[in-house]
Design a protein around this ligand. Sequence first.
Ligand SMILES: Cc1cc2nc3c(=O)[nH]c(=O)nc-3n(C[C@H](O)[C@H](O)[C@H](O)COP(=O)(O)OP(=O)(O)OC[C@H]3O[C@@H](n4cnc5c(N)ncnc54)[C@H](O)[C@@H]3O)c2cc1C
Ligand code: FES
Ligand code: FES
Length: 1295
Amino acid sequence: MDGAAELVFCVNGRKVIEKNVDPETMLLPYLRKKLQLTGTKYGCGGGGCGACTVMISRYNPITKRIRHYPANACLLPICSLHGAAVTTVEGVGSTKARIHPVQERIAKCHGTQCGFCTPGMVMSIYTLLRNHPEPTLDQLTDALGGNLCRCTGYRPIIDACKTFCKVSRHERIIESTSPKLFSEEEFLPLDPTQELIFPPELMIMAEKQPQRTRVFVGDRMTWISPVTLKELLEAKVKYPQAPIVMGNTSVGPEVRFKGAFHPVIISPECIEELSVVNHADDGLTLGAGLSLAQVKEILKTQTYHALLKHLGTLAGCQIRNMASLGGHIVSRHLDSDLNPLLAVGNCTLNLLSKEGERQIPLNEQFLTKCPSADLKPGEILVSVNIPYSRKWEFVSAFRQAQRQQNALAIVNSGMRVFFGEGGGIIRELSIAYGGVGPTTICAKNSCQKLIGRPWNEEMLDAACRLILDEVSLPGWAPGGKVEFKRTLLISFFFKFYLKVSQILKTMVNGTDRVLSALEDLHSRNHWGTSKYQDVDPKQLPQDPIGRPIMHLSGIKHTTGEAIYCDDMPVLDGELFLAFVTSSRAHAEIVSIDLSEALSLPGVVDIVTEEDLRGVNSFGLFGEPEKLLETQEVSCVGQLVCAVVADSEVQAKRAAKRVKIVYQDLEPVILTIEEAIRHHSFFQGERKLEYGNVDEAFKVVDQILEGEIHMGGQEHFYMETQSMLAVPKGEDQEMDVYVSSQFPKYIQVTWVAATLKVPANKIMCHVKRVGGAFGGKVTKTGIMAAITPSPHLLQTREDMLITGGRHPYLGKYKAGFMNDGRILALDVEHYCNGGSTLDESLFVIEIGLLKVDNAYKFPNLRFRGWACRTNLPSNTALRGFGFPQSGLITENCITEVAAKCGLSPEKVRMMNMYKEIDQTPYKQEIDATNLIQCWKECMATSSYSLRKVAVEKFNSENYWKKKGLAMVPLKFPVGVLSTAAAQAAALVHIYLDGSVLVTHGGIEMGQGVHTKMIQVASRELRMPMSNVHLRGTSTETVPNANVSGGSLVADLNGLAVKDACQTLLKRLEPIISKNPKGTWKDWAQAAFDESISLSATGYFRGYESHMNWETGEGHPFEYFVFGAACSEVEIDCLTGAHKNIRTDIVMDIGHSINPALDVGQIEGAFIQGMGLYTIEELKYSPQGVLYTRGPDQYKIPAVSDVPTELHVSFLPPSQNSNTLYSSKGLGEPGVFLGCSVFFAIHDAVRAARQERGLLGPLKLDSPLTPEKIRMACEDKFTKMIPRDEPGSYVPWNIPV
Ligand SMILES: Cc1cc2nc3c(=O)[nH]c(=O)nc-3n(C[C@H](O)[C@H](O)[C@H](O)COP(=O)(O)OP(=O)(O)OC[C@H]3O[C@@H](n4cnc5c(N)ncnc54)[C@H](O)[C@@H]3O)c2cc1C
Ligand code: FES
Ligand code: FES
């Protein structure tokens, strides 16, 4: 072995030589901090989001081939990169050199909003194109499967990437009558000859350099890279405990998130024997070092359908390219997709050690790590033998996850049966399951007992009972979903039974209706249309208002040049901060021992309550809230103290060494029901009454009472909370750079107050924010107050500390006539506010004011309570109470419809506001456009025809059902106070004629800066290219309101307009003197005449008031109307669903920028769809949030986008007070996601009806695969054992 070696690799064609490399360093921090290549983003740090995607290229001197593959830089140890070429987004293209077609097209097709996910998207597609310059649509969606985007809803990204595919234009985008949002004719052609070549130096190095083991020695860890099998075995003998790191996708997350530490790591490189592919007569031998992506390619030419199926959904493209077959097998994760299949397939493992070779079966003993069947110390896995299936042998794979793609399975399974010649009698049977125990579980005894039996219904029945008996899951089993898992065990076997029966043609009752169990859910390639308003033909061509202008940071997003808080250059003497948080839900802190943490090198200080004496408690929304708590904690995740150190790593290490002793306190209130029982509310009830409910109940035909529980939602902004405070060294001045929606609040309420200096010493700057959705208002402020140093929360901490959307319980009593008219409604809302008040009461109030959604309920009573519980405090999230409140109302309507035997759509239409009317708080409403949206949506979606088609489908298919649902939307826009809607702007004209615009709004991806430049361009009648916007700062526009509530562009635009008009008025005499002059001429002339070229603009806010005593007011300025129709297909046996089609029609007034507006609608819709279907927060009975990262919490991915997504706007309508008659669209679309919820509801109802279950159907949100499956009751759900409630402590509880 060599001594300490040099690490040599290339980044974007440049050679990097590291002489003293620290093996603990991953590529992502190395790129970002050491090489200052900040285009590659830090999202989750665990391989789950794709924000850090780079392309790795490796040259194989034996095959002389170069392999390009995408990888997650956050999990790539740099020591594994010797001889590799890394391409980051900066190497793909830049505004300074040449923009790559991928970058251009994603930007110009409006595929970026906040832009934080964009470099990762670019790299995934770029890598795909390096391997396949004309990819298929399947390859495209596969390539994007490992990249998450929280803003766009993916449709525009898919559209952009489709332009590279070899498909006809018609297949790409179905033409609509509307003008296009982008023009393909302008795009740069893709020219593969222009790409970076593999560095010849590395090629020569690979060819010529003698291959010897490299050793990299760091402070705590040694990295050994053997290059021959012999050296690998020697290293393994010397360090038997050292893991063999291949892809690092198993070891990496364990080190990062579970505190594992390995002083020595062995990472073999390019060892030929580990990459073997050998086709023999009886099977295939695959090297343990092959990546899962390579295995997938190899299997494509073989008949390993079952394995291929799992490899198509296992993780994302990046992980599949990094993870090795050997690493996957040896890790033996409980939810491994491949191990159950390999086990039933009688695979064998070829092992090697200094003692020689041996073979062991990949069987249950191996999978359960039974010492006699496991690898011995010093032994390595060289390859795997996968036998071919024999005649009359059948193998199948099944899995069900929370999301169809890139999500670990809840349960998976491999099943194999062998009949031998002479039909139908089971000779061999193997069944293995993942996800139902600590390792892969084989149903060995069950299989044994079934041998010799014919493949018939009796066997099926016996098999199900045996399996349930053998694979028993206790009620408290980790991961929860116990009854669902039990049902899947036998539902999968039923599918296997049908599949084999179909081939054997032995099905007694084998009708097409039953065979629907076998079909994969509807899957076609995506396409969408957008129909928006064209501008008035008389509008001047240079006037950009109403035109689909690209987000002005679009290109910078795609090139990685857009700067976010954590991208700022490292400062000298920079200190880092890490929080210590409570691990108990309700406890007294008995003692805190900081000594061990303080003794760690690099630790500068620990900020405790002591340091914040006098400023630790703030009155927030009328309740005191503490920054740091050192006496009594009231939730897990509460901030206790904060470690300051000279590096992020040391700060985090020290934070883990702070020892806190707790004394648990009673009560611990976690759920809404518990809060109601303990009467634990923030302040009293909020109430609104209209008409006379009690009287109305006396005259109605029927009364219905019901309730629905709705889970919370995580913001899941891709850029986690981050901030940097820079003391200026003079006069106590400080600059705070922060990812916040509310700079004034950070400046005045938190930082200045904590430091006890006037606000004029603290300036807060926000260039842009990588997604916020309401989560960067109050929580950011609290953290900023304690942050004297840069700070970036990890996704896991962020999700734990910052709370999210409020879980809700809605109870309703509706009085209605038999024809569906609802005459009386009495509704109660309870939200789970968490441990502090935050905005919970405001959320309840908004929820109450919007509970009528689109309906005129003549008599109603709404009451709401914010529950105080021992959970992290919940806060604002896009839609602010309306997505919960609206769902409760729609659920009530759906139930009323069921009672009346009518379609929900009919009851919706019947109860809708018509023309001019009055809301429950007596504000006038003109509902003409609401009705128009509804009718238009009915027409564009061909609702009636498709309803018939859905019914036909359902009558022909027993195990698959389709559902169709349409919901209307009336979203009142306003912030309930005139002062909260004021806005200001500052516009300067410089002597060269260029213009600088500043305003109080934050660019969070919604494109507000782009719209503001459009406004300035129209008002000043100058091209947009002449106007610039640098960012938001309390230095230029003080006291700005929070950016939120769909009003940012509206309010700030009016202020920008005002400033521009002031300037124009001043300059008009000069311009009229020289009408042919340029802006430079006019600016100079104004200067010469001592006319100020700078103006502030102001908008005082919409008149707005609400009197809760009288229940009357004018809280909102206007209403956004809309409707959405969604169709889904569900698999009744697994609970999977596929979004087939959604049509959205919106009334948006006059769009300022249709491309941005379509983006807001689609992005919000997909976020809402996630909320109502797959995003599920899970808490332990002790109040610990389990779901803290993309591995556990699933937001929609590219595979979840409806196959067809059509968005259209109503023709422009006048809206006199708003900016150019536009309407705010940031939030309304979220609610429309519930059309998918109700479509699933419709499908489940169809399934239940067919099974004779005609009673009420109670489905809570989110409508996950678990809830769908369990609601589609059948013989299998009846067969499973049920646990007595209260007889066990469940793993998780609904809050
Ligand atoms: C974001 C993400 C998503 C995922 N999604 C899925 C999914 O949907 N389905 C699924 O099944 N899995 C999933 N996984 C798990 C993934 O499949 C495994 O982590 C991966 O296959 C492990 O391979 P590796 O090469 O990265 O292992 P490494 O982390 O490099 O090594 C893992 C272990 O294997 C041992 N090892 C490796 N090679 C050998 C060898 N040749 N001989 C002896 N021991 C060896 C090591 O000592 C180590 O203990 C996911 C992982 C991540 C990070
Ligand atoms: S940051 Fe690497 S995948 Fe999320
Ligand atoms: S644009 Fe994708 S996360 Fe914001």
